[in-house]
Design a protein around this ligand. Sequence first.
Ligand SMILES: CCCCCCCCCCCC/C=C/CC(=O)SCCNC(=O)CCNC(=O)[C@H](O)C(C)(C)COP(=O)(O)OP(=O)(O)OC[C@H]1O[C@@H](n2cnc3c(N)ncnc32)[C@H](O)[C@@H]1OP(=O)(O)O
Length: 250
Amino acid sequence: MPLKMGVATVTMNRPPVNSLNTEHLETLHRTFIRLENEKCRGMILTSSSPTVFSAGLDIREMYKPELEKARKFWRTLQDMWLKLYSSPYPTVAAINGHAPAGGCLLSLSCEYRVIVPKVRMGLNETQLGIVAPQWFQDCMRNAIGEREAEKALIAGRMFSSEEALKVGLVDEIAQNKEECIQKAEAFLASQANLPMLARKTVKLGFRHQTLSRLLTGREADTKIFIDYIFQPKVQKGLEMYLQSLSKKAA
Ligand SMILES: CCCCCCCCCCCC/C=C/CC(=O)SCCNC(=O)CCNC(=O)[C@H](O)C(C)(C)COP(=O)(O)OP(=O)(O)OC[C@H]1O[C@@H](n2cnc3c(N)ncnc32)[C@H](O)[C@@H]1OP(=O)(O)O
């Protein structure tokens, strides 16, 4: 996590696809706490993979899990997201590869998004026969508005880079990762002279409702997740999806 002029670049590096397991989520959470403590002036979130930003939640964490491990997984995801979404410093996602589901959530939790061409992003859960949790949905709604979010979530739509720009899911398209980082740095530079306290107060004002909804209902949210994934039909669906992903690799 190099810090240049107080700006940190956080590069996710969990090959092959930066899927989010408990350990990876803990690392991200610790990183966001550290950046806050070190009074970081801005953060760029990106990936070391040339083709994938993040494949979202690690499906193996939800397939035939032990109860306590599944609870810990979900609470760690909540912790990581609460820290990122409420960060006092400006945040940019440099989306240098595909960003389905939880990968899309990570980018939606940043304030500004730059994407490279020919990749896809979106909350595709419906297409997998699972449901994007309420706070995932809220993040999409906050980014693109009620009507477009409803259409996208019902369909589990994956947007191309160009479609994402058109609907406002991302702010800019860059030609490659290098330009993506340059544009991310330019956004952070544009924020640098704003009074930090005023800036973060306005940001939290906009995000307060979405944050409170999860903060006040964390246990209920965890219970919904546990009850949902332990259903036999959901487990069957996850099994088939995992098989289809590894068949693709064979
Ligand atoms: C409103 C009220 C609601 C109430 C109800 C709520 C209830 C809650 C329900 C539960 C919520 C669950 C939320 C889930 C969110 C998620 O994030 S689910 C994850 C969704 N992710 C995906 O669908 C992405 C799947 N992956 C891909 O599409 C592709 O891998 C890729 C486009 C990202 C990259 O493609 P490519 O580079 O060609 O790599 P692959 O060959 O496909 O994969 C390599 C390797 O990685 C494995 N893998 C891929 N993705 C994942 C993953 N997400 N988890 C685990 N593993 C993954 C893949 O199997 C390959 O493994 P092997 O090499 O075969 O071992």
